[in-house]
Design a protein around this ligand. Structure first.
Ligand code: LLP
Length: 429
């Protein structure tokens, strides 16, 4: 009899069954739970590197820097892994700047600083660190940047993040490229702003940047956005500005379902879409992918505490909760959930998989068909490497999970589990 391979095991994920037990690359998840406890974030170094290299290869025919979006997963060990392969970084706060510096100091020169509300201390820290580019999102911010640059006697390279008014089909919370969003500067007034900025000797109009949203599966909107940016760059050159950088933002989506997904093909499609939008534009291309690099390289390992029936419904209650992974509660995001012990028979249940937090919104899946799991079993919530750990909280006074990085058959604890003492330490009685 041929063994049925569950469909979630495709080239996109490092998690596979061997001898009926789930592994992350060369490491058994049951062993990880034994050694490090649960809930536990597990990442594959190989998958992260592989995803980064897909971008490097797909864009190898033009000058480019892949500035990984730190917000997707800001673990120091992951930042270092990427920096050592030549990554730059897209940051949105002074905290993220500090992380990049700690992970790999030379990478500070490849940092782009995005975000709609930068504070003076954050701008100062970034100017002192000599970052590559500020992505400026308002006239007010441009004035602030000029005054901080003057105070520190350095010239600030900047790009305006333009809002191209392009619709990208994604969840409304993570779509950003329409005029109704808070992000960017109306592309129609950008030219005049560059003109005014060029009068300041402390400002260097070095680039144009755009970001239209996140988890974008169809690549055409990227072409449309970049075509608008490219035409703005041509105008700016006519006006005498030396535009050297074009920042295409992030946003390339993954497949959270169990259908087969081919990351390499997807990155190639994305590159072709950007190239169509850029035409002959030869400026140094900056990319800010986050999710695509880390999401599928990571998963959240959790143990079943209780299987409980309430009326017609079955609830699988795990030791992970919405404070450990908020995407289902916040975006109604779908995450596949698989048992660590490969199911032998056909026995199934339909259940809500939920955490112990005191909210009905605390769920990972609703009315999901699962193999019959029972108390004490381990399950793995897939595709949690991006916007998983970075969106955790201490809600219900729950310590954050630990994180491990698997490298082939070796494992490194990259963040220890928080303790109750950690939780209470900033408080004063
Ligand atoms: N660049 C900028 C300016 C961004 O705002 C973002 C994401 C990225 C790059 C990276 O986008 P990515 O390649 O990861 O799609 N918490 C949400 C996603 C929020 C995305 C915010 N900005 C989620 O869990 O789906």
């Amino acid at each position: 009899m041929t063994k049925k391979t569950p469909t979630f095991q495709d080239v996109a994920r490092p998690f596979t069954y061997r001898r009926r037990r789930l592994f992350c690359d060369g490491v058994s998840l049951a062993d990880l739970a034994e050694q490090h406890g649960t809930p536990l974030y597990v990442y594959s170094a190989e998958q992260i590197s592989h995803r980064f290299q897909l971008f490097e290869q797909a864009f190898s025919d033009r000058p480019h820097t892949v500035c990984y979006a730190v917000k997707a997963n800001s673990s120091l060990a992951i930042l270092r892994l990427l920096a050592r392969q030549g990554a730059g970084f897209d940051i949105v706060s002074g905290g993220e700047l500090e992380r990049v510096g700690r992970a790999h100091k030379p990478a500070l020169r490849k940092v782009v600083f995005s975000g709609v509300g930068k504070q003076p201390w954050e701008i100062d820290a970034a100017l002192k660190a000599g970052i590559l580019l500020f992505n400026v999102e308002s006239e007010t911010e441009l004035e602030l940047l000029a005054s901080r640059a003057q105070a520190l006697k350095v010239r600030a390279r900047f790009a305006l993040r333009v809002n191209p008014d392009v619709f990208a089909e994604t969840h409304p919370y993570i779509s950003t490229g329409l005029r109704e969003h808070k992000f960017g500067i109306d592309i129609k007034i950008a030219r005049a702003m560059y003109h005014r900025a060029a009068r300041s000797k402390w400002l260097d109009p070095a680039g144009v940047s755009v970001h239209i949203g996140s988890q974008i599966r169809k690549v055409d909107p990227f072409t449309a956005a970049l075509a608008r940016v490219t035409s703005l760059i041509a105008d700016l050159r006519t006006d005498g500005h030396e535009i050297r950088y074009v920042d295409a933002g992030g946003g390339l989506g993954i497949d959270y379902s169990d259908s087969p997904f081919h990351p390499a093909q997807q990155v190639q499609k994305y590159a072709a879409a950007l190239n169509r939008g850029l035409g002959g534009e030869a400026a140094h291309l900056l990319l800010e992918p986050g999710r695509f690099i880390v999401a599928q390289a990571g998963a959240l390992l959790t143990r079943v505490l209780v299987v409980k029936k309430n009326g017609a419904k079955t609830f699988v209650i795990t030791d992970a909760a919405m404070n450990d992974l908020i995407r289902p509660a916040l975006y109604h995001a779908h995450h596949e959930i698989v048992p660590v012990k490969e199911p032998a028979g056909k026995s199934e249940l339909t259940a809500d998989v939920v955490g112990p937090v005191c909210e009905s919104g605390d769920f990972f899946a609703r009315d999901r068909n699962l193999p019959a799991v029972k108390q004490g079993d381990l399950v793995l919530i897939l595709d949690a490497g991006a916007y998983g750990m970075t969106l955790t909280s201490n809600y219900n006074s729950r310590p954050r999970p630990a994180e491990v990085l698997v490298d082939g058959s070796s494992v490194r604890l990259i963040r220890r589990r928080e303790t109750i003492r950690d939780l209470l330490s900033p408080e004063v009685l």
